[in-house]
Design a protein around this ligand. Structure first.
Ligand code: GUN
Ligand code: ZN
Length: 426
């Protein structure tokens, strides 16, 4: 057993629904960990006696749960910040050529290692990750995640209508997904997501197979893109004339349920939002990506009104930062433009327990609750001269907001996975 003493903050429930009780803050707190799990988390004064014999490490900074990135593409790491186009042209020009290189396992190993180290440097301890169409790209990511003890959910991308050199077939996609599920089930902190890229890159036969895979594996997620860009949406409407809307395309193939995670969902109406809520599907809000590709402004308040679970996605490589703190800053600005104000405690919830709920791992991570895995980050409010000056003497709400607006990887002092140091800034 081991304990960490310092200022602790977690937001296990959405304060917009649960009220201020959702915020758990201990100015002088104690986080007690045994075998990687939280045994107790509360004020030092209340817990000190019960754990008097446990060795204590003092941490200076603000201890928060490890960040959860609910949508990101590891094979796009090297194409981040590629200039010029909106979604469909950007995919053709920058992304598909980069993903073709993942036919080479050694290349995939190298990018996976860099990608996961970069997540850790930014305080991200759990993520839902797109690989490529190549089954070995998933092996590369899972091997690297296992070596680091990170909580990673991923899957082979299904795309039988992809460009030359980046396409599978319905049979191959199905068989490779089954083999990956069998190979990785129960190992480390890994999980599998059935991953059709989006409606445009899979035939009806492959989408049918994806629905069957999801039904056959109750422990798997379904991860895809939905209603991101007007050109994409027009092409979907042109191909699927019988469907009510883009969401209904996925619904017709059994892909809309409580284990489904849809990235973007920008251009979406009340019918589709109502259906997502009824099905228990989740959304990954990807503000830097949506701004970078000019896709549009996600309506967080609308999703909230419908009761849909929302997490935060960096969506590298359309997203422009690995930093979840920076991504929350951009989320705030998008909400401003949509006429609602994103509270910093709510933002922290979205980036931790909220994302975990979307990914079906809320029992395990996200709230620093007893029984959960002890993944946490020590935030440094003095990581830059400006941040130090802005937060000097500030209250918690003000400090947290300043971290989200001004913070980035420099504000990540240390990262712990299951109570073990995984990254220290210097
Ligand atoms: N839609 C289909 N594929 C992609 C992708 O790689 N990135 C984004 N942002 N949207 C997509
Ligand atoms: Zn994406």
């Amino acid at each position: 057993m081991k304990a960490f003493r310092g200022e602790i903050l977690s937001v296990p429930d959405d304060p917009a629904r649960a009220g201020p009780e959702a915020i758990r803050h201990f100015a002088d707190g104690l986080l007690v960990v045994e075998d990687g799990l939280v045994v107790a988390c509360g004020s030092h004064a209340e817990l000190a006696n019960a754990f008097a014999t446990v060795p204590v490490e003092a941490l200076s900074g603000l201890i928060v749960p490890g960040f959860v990135d609910a949508h990101v593409h590891y094979p796009q790491t090297d194409r981040i910040a590629s200039h010029g186009e909106q979604l469909l042209e950007w995919l053709d020009r920058h992304i598909f050529p980069a993903e073709q290189a993942f036919a080479d396992r050694a290349h995939a190993d190298g990018v996976a290692a860099f990608f996961l180290d970069e997540l850790l440097r930014n305080g991200t301890t759990s993520a839902l990750v797109f690989a490529t169409v190549h089954a070995a790209s998933v092996d590369a990511l899972f091997d690297a995640a296992l070596a680091r003890d990170m909580r990673i959910i991923s899957g082979k991308v299904l795309m039988d209508l992809g460009p030359p050199g980046l396409s599978d077939t319905p049979e191959q996609g199905r068989a490779e997904s089954e083999a990956l599920i069998a190979r990785w089930r129960g190992r480390g902190r890994l999980g599998y997501a059935v991953t059709p890229r989006f409606a445009l890159t899979s035939s009806d036969a492959q989408l049918t197979g994806a629905g069957e895979l999801l039904a056959a594996h109750p422990d798997a997620l379904m991860h895809t893109h939905l209603s991101e860009n007007p050109g994409e949406i027009a092409a979907v409407a042109g191909r699927f004339g019988q469907a009510q809307d883009y969401l209904d395309v996925y619904d017709r193939f059994g892909l809309v349920g409580p284990r489904s995670v849809f990235a973007h969902c920008i251009h979406i109406d009340a019918r589709a939002l109502g259906r997502m809520a009824q099905a228990g599907a989740g959304i990954a809000f990807c503000p830097t990506s949506n701004l970078f590709l000019g896709s549009g402004l996600f309506d967080l308040a609308g999703a909230h009104r419908h009761g849909i679970a929302v997490g935060i996605g960096t969506d590298i490589g359309a997203g422009t930062s690995f930093s979840v703190l920076h991504t929350l800053g951009e989320a705030y600005k998008v909400c401003q433009l949509r006429g609602c104000s994103l509270d910093p405690f709510r933002a922290l919830h979205l980036a931790t327990a909220g994302g975990a709920a979307v990914m079906g791992i809320a029992q395990r991570v996200g709230g620093l609750l007893s029984g959960q895995e002890a993944d946490f980050v020590v935030l440094d409010c003095a990581s830059t001269p400006l941040l130090a000056r802005r937060t000097a003497g500030a209250d918690l709400h003000d400090r947290l907001f300043a971290l989200q607006m001004l913070g980035d990887d420099r504000a990540i002092g240390a990262v712990y996975l299951r109570g073990r140091l995984a990254h220290r800034r210097d």
